[in-house]
Write a protein that binds this ligand. Structure first.
Ligand code: G3I
Length: 453
């Protein structure tokens, strides 16, 4: 190519790549599912069939997620409550919804000691083996071709240091071989579904995850069909995100299986929760064989741990700081849409902090007033959130200088700044107050930590 033509060609290429880069930036994904898809992953949620009729629930689900896991509807008690009589109505509703939205479905779960009908526990070994294989066969057959991955066996190992199988009708009567048998049966029914082992407290390197690791290694060496390992990732202050989370995912991936984060929820709020979510998402992205993440519910309102507000959307479907952090970690950016949890729009990764104190300012027979003072740390803040837990049957009758919301028990009150007192200079303070009805209980509410944005 003559030099001038070559220069012109290079200029065109540069211009083209600039345009590509710009348009890529302009089109930054604005939902969890689309941002995850941009990274070759899915981002899903557990779904309960009985909430699909709620428009805010279904709307948030359809807008944000591209994978679903039925929260309870595919479990043994839901699908085969009586022997050999199968009921799929609720699970079918979720699968049809997912298909209409092009969402992947994770099947959860075929063999688990919990939510197991009592007729199963009463069987002798021979009968139990055939009931287990029949259950796997009938359920997988019904959904053949519609399931991305099945949790074939769930939570088979004990917590703690033993590394042993937990006691269950399956382990007790069939011995450890039940896991292998379940996987072999599953492969024979739907060879196109990925077959996973799924567990909790296996998220870091520990005795329990070592036991699962040894099992997967053994299965791979003997050709027992297993394609993936699910890490439930239910985190709270007693069970925080382990520092070796990514390393643990990676060591399983290195055995030649996919890894998936299957039931993610992280109790907390504000910046701390946001940072934890960000770290979990980044860990998955850093492991090539981590194929996707599933949070264990759409909204705090319906979480199995509702009072711990562990999810990405608050009870009003507002995006929490954790949502923004998860989306940012996926390379997307939020376009708003009800950010109930980040009133000041502050950077959840910043150094905004606050402290909080409580005073009971007046008392009478059946009520009292409380005052909560919020003080910014060494940096200015744009918003704050404080949680108070009341002893039932106490009830808050009124509240001023803050915006309250409640968990499903009605006992945990989360208060965010009002529109006029969220922004505080470094070291500055503000307060909100409330009147509570004692209803016969004179306790003082428990004050949670302050989170700032
Ligand atoms: O639907 C009935 C309702 O009719 C009844 O009035 C009510 C009374 O208790 O119970 C309702 O069923 C509850 C069901 O959730 C639906 O809300 C069950 O009692 C309750 O036990 C069940 O809890 C589920 C739990 O598994 C059971 O072990 C949670 O929703 C579900 O999130 C949870 O999910 C598990 C995963 O499958 C495995 N890993 C741990 C994870 C969290 O525990």
């Amino acid at each position: 190519m003559p030099r001038r033509a070559a220069q012109a060609f290079t200029a065109v290429l540069l211009a083209a790549s600039t345009v590509t880069a710009l348009s890529h930036t302009a089109a930054a994904a604005d939902s969890l599912g689309s941002a995850a898809a941009g990274k070759g992953r899915y981002f899903g949620t557990a779904v309960a069939a009985n909430h699909l009729g709620e428009s805010a629930y279904a709307g948030t689900l359809d807008r944000e997620f591209n994978q679903v896991t039925p929260e309870n509807e595919m479990k043994w008690d839901a699908t085969e409550g009586s022997r050999n009589t199968f009921t799929f109505g609720n699970a079918d509703q979720i699968v049809s919804h997912a298909q209409s939205q092009n969402m992947k479905v994770r099947g959860h779960t075929l063999v688990w000691h919990s939510q197991l009908p009592s007729w199963v526990s009463g069987l002798g070994a021979t009968d139990l083996r055939s009931a287990m294989n029949n259950h796997i066969t009938q359920v997988m057959q019904h959904y053949k071709g519609k399931i991305y991955a099945w949790d074939v066996v769930n939570e088979a190992y004990q917590d703690g240091s033993s590394g042993a199988l937990r006691s269950s009708p399956f382990a007790d009567k069939l011995g450890s071989g039940f896991i292998e048998e379940a996987f072999r049966t599953a492969r024979s029914v739907d060879p196109n579904a990925k077959l996973c082992y799924n567990d909790y407290n296996t998220d870091g390197v520990n005795a329990k995850s070592n036991a699962v690791y040894a099992m997967v290694k053994d299965f791979k060496s003997r050709g027992v069909p297993i394609d993936c390992v699910g890490f439930q990732s239910h985190f709270n202050s007693a069970s925080p995100v382990p520092s070796d989370y990514q390393a643990n995912l990676q060591r399983f991936a290195d055995l030649g299986v996919d890894v998936q984060i299957t039931e993610l929820d992280i109790e907390g709020s504000g910046t701390a929760q946001a940072n934890n979510y960000s770290n979990v998402v980044k860990a998955c992205l850093a492991v090539t064989r981590c194929t996707g993440l599933t949070v264990w519910g759409v909204t705090d309102k319906y979480s199995w741990r509702s009072s711990g507000t562990p999810l990405l959307f608050d009870s009003n479907y507002g995006k929490k700081p954790a949502y923004d952090a998860a989306l940012a970690a996926l390379g997307g950016s939020s376009t708003g849409g009800g950010d109930g949890g980040n009133p000041g729009g502050g950077n959840p990764g910043g150094n905004a902090t606050c402290t909080v104190s409580f005073a009971r300012t007046s008392d009478w027979n059946d009520g009292y007033n409380g005052e909560v003072t919020v003080k910014a740390g060494s940096a200015p803040i744009n918003g704050w959130t404080v949680t108070l837990t009341f002893a039932p049957p106490q009830k808050v009758a009124s509240l001023w200088n803050g915006t309250p919301s409640w968990d499903s028990s009605g006992n945990v009150m989360t208060v965010r700044a009002a529109s006029y007192n969220g922004s505080l200079a470094a070291g500055a303070s503000t307060s909100f107050g409330f009147t509570a009805a004692k209803n016969g209980n004179n306790s003082t509410p428990t004050l949670g930590a302050c989170t700032a944005s």
